[in-house]
Ligand binder design. Structure first.
Ligand code: ADP
Ligand code: MG
Length: 211
């Protein structure tokens, strides 16, 4: 039994865009997580790779975005540059007709100078890897003072890669009043600890099948 996106309280523009992308039905993780995300809850979602987790948080963060405020309102942390590029691409696709949004990727292995230049021009959404984001915060080239949504994507992989201190340092710079969403393909105990540390009364969503 699949549910349509039109059952959600989304703007007509977002629904048109989802249609244009041929996203007609929600995947199971979207069907479970999106009502909670759109209601403003903190959510921990566990679902396999390829289950549509990006659109679950992407639609959620775009729904809340105030495009007229040219400030960083959403931050997505990813384990690698490749994954950050994929997430940024999907968020741009999801927002392409609805919003005139600026999505910036900030990852290690890329020169710092152009990133600082891009940050001076501003962005609504930042997608990046923890090490490089921490560097920008330390240099004060990035401010998270207006952040509304923090996403920890592929949290299990970020932990495996040793990013837990960097994540802690980044979360410290986020306003305490925010929505935090944690996505993971697996659910080791450390994920539970992380959720307890960074999320407020998280709702847990767990999906076994991809479709
Ligand atoms: P995950 O992050 O869970 O590994 P992705 O977010 O990368 O998965 O999504 C996997 C693929 O499914 C992507 O190609 C994406 O465009 C597609 N997709 C996501 N949601 C839907 C949907 N509701 N309908 C059709 N395709 C979708
Ligand atoms: Mg993913």
């Amino acid at each position: 039994m699949s549910q349509s996106f039109s059952e959600l309280p989304l703007s007509p523009a977002m629904l048109d865009n989802l249609n244009a992308l041929e996203y007609h039905h929600m995947t199971p993780v979207q069907a479970q997580a999106l009502p909670l995300i759109l209601a403003g809850r903190d959510v921990v979602a566990q679902a396999k790779t390829g289950s549509g987790k990006t659109a679950a948080f992407g639609i959620g963060l775009l729904h809340k975005l105030d495009v007229s405020q040219f400030q960083v309102q959403a931050l997505v942390l990813c384990p690698t540059r490749e994954l950050a590029d994929q997430v940024a691409k999907e968020v741009r696709r999801l927002g392409r007709f609805t919003h005139n949004i600026k999505v910036l990727t900030l990852c290690g292995g890329m020169p710092l100078g152009p990133q600082i230049g891009s940050l001076e021009h501003g962005a609504h959404v930042i997608v990046g890897t923890p090490g490089r984001l921490m560097e920008h915060l330390r240099k004060q080239t990035l401010s998270l003072a207006n952040l509304q949504t923090l996403v920890l994507d592929e949290a299990d992989r970020m932990l495996d890669m040793g990013f837990s201190d960097a994540i802690a340092a980044i979360v410290k710079e986020c306003p305490s009043q925010r929505q935090t969403l944690l996505f993971s393909a697996t659910y080791p105990e450390q994920i539970d600890t992380m959720a307890g540390r960074y999320l407020q009364q998280p709702q847990r969503v767990e999906v076994e099948s991809v479709h």
